[in-house]
Design a protein around this ligand. Structure first.
Ligand code: GCV
Length: 845
């Protein structure tokens, strides 16, 4: 990727001189595989310990990738290009191959313990004065993963001189799912269009797919389903197989097997049968013939992902058949080819009667699948979302994990940040995933000694000795230069991959690894970014949906802005049941929906009792009055108010923390992240105010704390020229429930006020609306002086005036005197009305 060497942040000239060479502007395309040149003693040390030769024992595609990756990485980090050789050289060398090859060529090295499939052994071996750094894989993938592991060690500054380290993946299935549509759009994708598809075909240029395969391989990910689970039936049409085959070709050098998602109605829609009944022999024959053909074109196809009977997708219920019937008909066709069928456990009724307090979407996965335990073929995996609802900001582990003993399972985690601020908010999801993976479901046999049965062990097949299972992540990448819509969301892809390889890694370790590889070894950079990442889930939860309320977003719309009521009075079942008396879903066995009874007794006991239920999940599991006292000592309502203020304050602090890295991060990424965090800080205020206003109105209980906030001037109370006052819905999405909008066709409108405060330095926070239907322009004047201007050109997912479009412009360092006129000019464009909510004038201390 092109990069520009310019770097011009004022005020850090001394630091810059020293760091300039390392701080070339970067797009983020190389993600954590930058292989940036080492400096100082690290460079000297590695130059001494890294040999001049990289020798491969075999010439398979994966070994060749491993060899060239090592050369690429060493050239990048050490500025030296090792020689590529084959066989065992008579000089110091990195030697890579499968254990079988190495034993054959060098039996005297006695590498006789085989790591599990896809594993590797990094070992320093000496022969007289010759020193070999051996990368021995249990298979070819293991060789490739070992090569990446060695490079990671160098990038992290770990010692490599005396290696003896064996690693193998925790679970056999380590897949990503792309929700990419064949037309090139991506469902819930925030990193640009698809790298795979355009215009109902595979893209002409698949270089990005190959580069993505390299990123996945660096983490040990071994499979990728390449189209949306809301599948276009066309993916199974006979003429489409070459398209899939081209993508498989691009991934193959990186050991990533392609899988596809299919539509269960395909025997009818594509096959021309009059049925898709899984027990009809013609349907079974059709699946077999299509799958045989696919394997003809892609012999190493990983398998198929199936979403059936969910959110409008057809499924076995049409014929009164079970999910096992549906899964097995495909699994039997896949079996002779070694393919897997990943059947999604995300099955629920989205037309439930919300008035019935016993209805509960949270029950659905367990209710649909636990009776079928033992009925699925052994190449079927039930793919279960981490929580019982749908990737909300906090959910308990799905009870289904603890309910399947004779069925393979996988956990589905969402890397793309659908309910987590999409690509605009920084939220590092690893701590949340860890909480679920480490959660003990107490699923062991009562008769056996109590061995912990965490979710990770259950899905990896360890607890009940299942033949397969694993971790699946819904990916967050697209054609954007930085892959994921912003620089920091790459950490989630990295974190997913590292956890899929080893869920015992700590969130701290993963954050530290990612930060160092992505932003370099400066300790201040590592400490600051690490602190931001690791606190970001709690921060996001604080300003969106604390205490188990789930993400209080517009669940029937864009899943982005705040809309507390959107969850209620509809059939989607993401209810929080907040009313004037109390809040929360009663999911107890005693008086509620019975959801808690789906857990094994030891878990159910903790959740059922208010005494032991953790505060973080209280409102997910219980309905309580607003005045109920939490373990924290606060009332529920005060905790809601406080956490929203804390969340917004934490994001404001992230901005300051990031600014402390000026000069230590390259200019391009520094600027992008700063802009993102400043935007997020504004959005956190929008969330804070909307949620708190809503709950104050509902509960009629005021915030007990006097908050010291900057004075706010509503736009509708300013002196307006051209602007018209407009109601905002829901009303809590705008301060005072109103905005001012400039009518279409008007060249310009203005809102002004006379400043009457103390003379001094101030920050002006202009809260305006950036709609998606035009590019309005704003200018701010103090007296006759233009102090700021900008275009409302963010890619926000709404054309309305609401919390999604509500955006903050921070104008700092403004000198004000009493009597000054502050004037905001808005120039509308298209249907975008240059709307304003309010102006805050904050004194700078
Ligand atoms: C692919 C949620 C998302 C949908 C997604 C669905 C699923 O409902 O909003 O976009 O569809 O989950 O996981 O199937």
């Amino acid at each position: 990727m092109p990069s520009s060497p310019s770097f011009k942040v004022a005020g850090r000239a001394v630091v810059l001189l020293a760091a300039a060479a390392a701080l070339d502007a970067e797009t983020g395309y190389n993600a954590w595989l930058r292989y940036a040149k080492l400096t100082g003693t690290a460079l000297d040390q590695y130059r001494q310990s890294v040999p001049a030769v990289v020798a491969a024992m075999g010439d398979s595609r994966l070994e060749t990738s491993a060899q060239s990756e090592l050369i690429r990485g060493i050239r990048g980090m050490l500025g030296r290009t090792p020689r590529a050789e084959s066989g065992i050289p008579q000089e110091n060398a990195i030697v890579l191959g499968t254990l079988e090859q190495i034993r054959h060529h060098a039996p005297q090295w006695r590498l006789d313990i085989m790591p599990a499939a896809n594993g590797y052994w990094l070992k320093t071996v000496t022969a007289g004065r010759i020193r070999y750094t051996v990368i021995a894989g249990s298979d070819e993938r293991g060789v490739l993963y070992g090569a990446f592991a060695l490079l990671r060690k160098i990038a992290l500054g770990d010692a490599i001189a005396n290696l003896d380290e064996k690693e193998s993946p925790y679970a056999p299935v380590r897949w990503v799912n792309q929700w990419d549509n064949l037309d090139g759009t991506i469902e819930r994708g925030y990193g640009g269009r698809s790298i795979f598809w355009d215009n109902l075909k595979a893209r002409e240029d698949l270089t990005r797919v190959s580069d993505y395969g390299r990123m996945l391989a660096s983490l040990g990910i071994n499979g990728c389903s390449i189209n949306n689970v809301n599948a276009n039936p066309r993916v199974l049409s006979p003429e489409f197989a070459p398209q899939v085959a081209r993508i498989a070709d691009a991934f193959r050098p990186w050991g990533v097997r392609v899988a596809i998602a299919v539509d269960f109605g395909s025997p009818q829609t594509i096959g021309g049968l009059d049925t898709f009944d899984p027990l009809d022999s013609r349907v079974a024959a059709w699946w077999k013939s299509r799958i045989d053909d696919l394997y003809g074109a892609i012999p190493d196809l990983g398998g198929i992902v199936l979403k059936a009977d969910s959110e409008g997708r057809v499924g076995p219920s049409t014929y009164g058949r079970t999910h096992a019937d549906a899964a097995n008909v495909l699994a039997r066709a896949l079996k002779p080819h070694g393919g897997l069928l990943l059947y999604r456990g995300f099955v629920y009724d989205h037309h439930m009667d919300w008035r019935n307090l016993k209805n509960d979407r949270g029950r659905a996965a367990y209710d649909n699948f636990h009776d079928l335990d033992g009925k699925f073929d052994d190449n079927v995996i039930v793919q279960i979302k981490n929580g019982p609802i749908d990737f909300q900001v906090r959910e308990p582990a799905s009870p289904l994990f603890g309910a399947l003993e004779k069925t393979n399972q996988a956990i589905e985690l969402q890397i793309t940040q659908e309910y987590f601020g999409q690509s605009r908010h920084m939220v590092f999801l690893v701590p949340m995933w860890k909480e679920t993976l480490d959660f003990d479901m107490h699923a062991g046999q009562a008769s056996r000694p109590a061995v912990p049965t965490p979710v990770k062990a259950l899905v990896a097949g360890k607890t009940f000795e299942r033949p397969t299972g694993g971790l699946v992540g819904v990916a967050n990448i697209g054609l954007d230069d930085n892959w994921s819509g912003n620089q920091l969301s790459q950490a989630n892809l990295y974190g997913f991959g590292r956890l899929a390889w080893n869920p015992d890694l700590s969130a701290q370790k993963i954050a530290a690894e990612w930060t160092r590889q992505t932003f370099g070894p400066d300790p201040q950079v590592s400490a600051t970014i690490g602190q931001m990442l690791l606190s970001s889930w709690r921060t996001f939860e604080n300003y969106t949906g604390p205490l188990g309320l789930q993400t209080l977003t517009d669940i029937t719309g864009n899943h982005y802005g705040v809309n507390v009521e959107a969850s209620e009075r509809n059939g989607w079942g993401q209810w929080h049941r907040a009313d004037e008396k109390g809040v929360g879903m009663d999911r107890t066995a005693a008086s509620g929906t019975g959801f808690i009874g789906q857990y094994r007794a030891a878990v159910a006991r903790v959740y059922e009792s208010l005494e032991t239920c953790p505060d973080d999940l209280l409102l997910f599991l219980h309905h309580v009055p607003y005045t109920y006292q939490l373990h924290s000592g606060k009332t529920v309502i005060q905790s809601i108010y406080d956490s929203h203020y804390e969340g917004a304050a934490a994001v404001a602090q992230y901005v300051r923390q990031w600014k402390s890295l000026a000069g230590l991060v390259d200019e391009e990424r520094y600027g992008q992240v700063l802009a993102q965090l400043e935007y997020q800080a504004g959005q956190a205020v929008v969330w804070r105010d909307a949620v708190n206003t809503w709950f104050r109105r509902a509960s009629q209980i005021p915030d007990a704390k006097a908050r010291n906030l900057p004075p706010r001037f509503e736009a509708e109370a300013m002196s307006l020229e051209g602007y018209a006052v407009s109601d905002v819905t829901p009303m809590e999405d705008a301060s005072g429930g109103k905005a001012v909008a400039c009518p279409a066709g008007a060249p310009q409108c203005t809102a002004s006020l006379r400043f009457s405060g103390e003379p001094g330095w101030y920050t002006l926070n202009v809260q305006y609306f950036d709609q998606a239907n035009g590019t309005a322009h704003y200018r701010v004047w103090v007296g006759n002086q233009l102090v700021d201007e900008w275009a409302a050109d963010l890619r926000l997912p709404t054309a309305k005036l609401d919390s999604t479009s509500s955006t903050r412009r921070v104008i700092s360092g403004i000198a004000l005197r009493p009597g000054d006129t502050i004037r905001i000019e808005g120039r509308p464009d298209g249907a975008e009305s240059a709307a304003l909510d309010y102006l805050e004038i904050a004194r700078v201390n």
